[in-house]
Structures are given as structure tokens and as C-alpha cells.
Design a protein around this ligand. Sequence first.
Ligand code: NAD
Ligand code: ZN
Ligand code: ZN
Length: 341
Amino acid sequence: MKAVRFFGHKDVRVVNDIERPVPKGDEVLLKIGGAGVCHSDLHIIDEGTVVGTVFTLGHENAGWIEEIGENVEGYKKGDAVLVYGPWGCGHCKPCQQSKENYCDHQSEQAYGGGLGLDGGMADYMLVPSSRLLVPIFDLDPVIAAPLTDAALTPYSAIKRSLPKLMADEYVVVIGVGGLGHVALQILREISGAEIIACDVTEDKLAFAKQLGAAYVINSKDADAAEQIQKITGIKKAKVVLDFVGATSTIDLGTKVVSLDGDLTIVGLGGGHYQYSMNGLPFGVSMTNPYWGSRTELMEVVGLARQKKIHIEIEKHKLDDANEVYDRMRQGKIKGRAVLVP
Ligand code: NAD
Ligand code: ZN
Ligand code: ZN
């Protein structure tokens, strides 16, 4: 079968000689409908966040059950499912609570399919357990694939700040890419706060307005923080969601977040933050959430089935993976690119 393989630093190749796996025991073989292209892949490919192993990329996956191992119950050939991405041990307390993204054993195992183990940028993908599948019913797997990360990750980050996102508050969203464009819609649907969106190009800012941002600011502007403070006034923004995670965006976040606010850094842009008592308002919670839980993914499917969130998608062939990654490096993708075998 065909697969998009990571061979090492800046070396991604589309190959045709991968054997189609056969599921045993608890395993499930999926026929892939779509595999989303996440910026985290670029951190792996360009910056070496996963090293020393060759594997198939693609950690945002959806498809149809093709074959099941002898122990799998409750699924049959043709069922449409998402693959929950952060694969935990399945046994520890966080895993039992469905929060495999915070599995006790994360430091000693690969993060999941497409993140050290074979992922979904291929004709078929082997999933180690049906525990990691979430049914999508009438949703199309091509459109649904990015729900597993581009929607689940912002959803989980927003949910933890929800009590602070009331109608008299402001929320700042930095980065209106794959994750950020869904974050805006989730905020619009489940919170009352007024949204201020930041990106670095005019087309992304116009896109943000369409998705529910009341205000847009170009974060390249030297006075971006002052522009935001002009909108929020002295109270500042109760929640800042940073989907870039560069030193400059973390710096912007610390300048605009309010007393007792949340500064949530989702982006893995390699930024640094030096704590200083005067640099951060009192009471601020600074967090770096990772992905979301299995049950939160079910809630995200609910939002999509009710048409409350819509992922803007461009479809591409597996053969075009390297060109798609290049366009992502240049910030040229609107919404999410999905590879369709
Ligand atoms: P993307 O490439 O689709 O979008 C990034 C967006 O940020 C683009 O619109 C780009 O124009 C914008 N941007 C770049 N620099 C900016 C700046 N200085 N100010 C404002 N906007 C800026 O990326 P994505 O797939 O949405 O991923 C975003 C980040 O989140 C990546 O670092 C990715 O690795 C990370 N991520 C983290 C998790 C997690 O669980 N913590 C999960 C998925 C992705
Ligand atoms: Zn991702
Ligand atoms: Zn675990």
C-alpha cells in the first residue's frame, strides 16, 4: 500500500511498498478516508521532535472499519470512525478517565500513530485497540479527520477556561490556522466572551472575522499589545489562547492577559518565557495543554454533527504530501489540509 513516511530530519517520502497490516486480538484495520496535516508534523520533520525511528505520518485520522481482530466487539466492516490520537497505556488512572493525553506512562512510550508509530497518511492504518475509536455516524471521514486534533485540542483548552469566558469578558486567540480557526467557532458556540483574533496576514484576519471574531489585530504590528488593550480597557483579556507558542506571541499574551486570567499556550513554536513578578499579572494561570480526552472527542463530534463547527478543508492526494507541507511552512493553508488516499 501507499504511505507517506518520515525517514529522518527533513526527509519525507511517499512509498508504495508498505505491507497492508492484518489486525489481531484487539487491533482494528481502518481504510483511511482522510488524514489531516498538522503543524506538529513540521516540528517533527524540520526540528526533530521525534527522532531515531521511521514511521508513517498522519495523526489526525478518520476512515471506515476494514477488518477487526478476534477480540473486537461492537464494530463491523464499513463503520465510520475517528482515531483518538494520543495513545496511552489504557490502564492507568488518567487513561481510565479517558484522558490518555495525560497517561502516566507518556514519557516511556511513543505518542501514537503518526507520532513515532505508523499513522494514517496511507491507504490503511492499524489501530491497537477499538478503545481508541470514536464513531462519527453520518459525518464524512474526509471532513471529520481534523476533528481529532484541530478541533479536539482547542475544545479541551477552551473547556478548562469556560467559567472565565463570560459575556462581559474578552478572549484573545493568537494564530488562525488549523487549530485557531476551529477555536474561534468553538468560542462563538460555547462561550459568551468577545473574541479578539491575531494573525500575521490580512487574509487570515478576514477569515477570523467570518468565523466570529469581533476584532482582529495583526500581531506583527509593533503596538499589537496596545491595540488590544485599547479594545479591552483596563480589565484586559480574561483568557489568551496562543496557537503559535513563539517567544513573541507568549510575550504578547503576558501583556494583554488580565489579573486572575488564563494564559494558555497550545502552540509548540519553541518560545521561551522568563518568569518575573512584574511581567505577569497576579493570579494568572499559565498552562500548556496537550490534546484532549476521548470523551471530549465525542463532544466535538456532537458539535460537528449539529453543524456548530465547520472545518475549512483543502483536499490533496498522498502523493502531494511534501508540497502541502511546504505550503504549511509558508502559512498558505486556509483552515486544514487533508490527505485523501
Ligand atoms: P497552522 O500552520 O495551521 O496555523 C498556524 C497559524 O499561526 C497560521 O495561520 C499562521 O499565519 C499563524 N501565525 C504564525 N506566526 C504568528 C504570529 N507571530 N502571530 C500570530 N499568528 C501567527 O498550525 P496548526 O496546525 O494550527 O498548529 C498550531 C500550533 O499548535 C503548532 O505549533 C502545532 O504544533 C501546535 N499543536 C499543539 C497541540 C497540543 O496538543 N498542544 C496539538 C496540535 C497542534
Ligand atoms: Zn497535531
Ligand atoms: Zn495510561
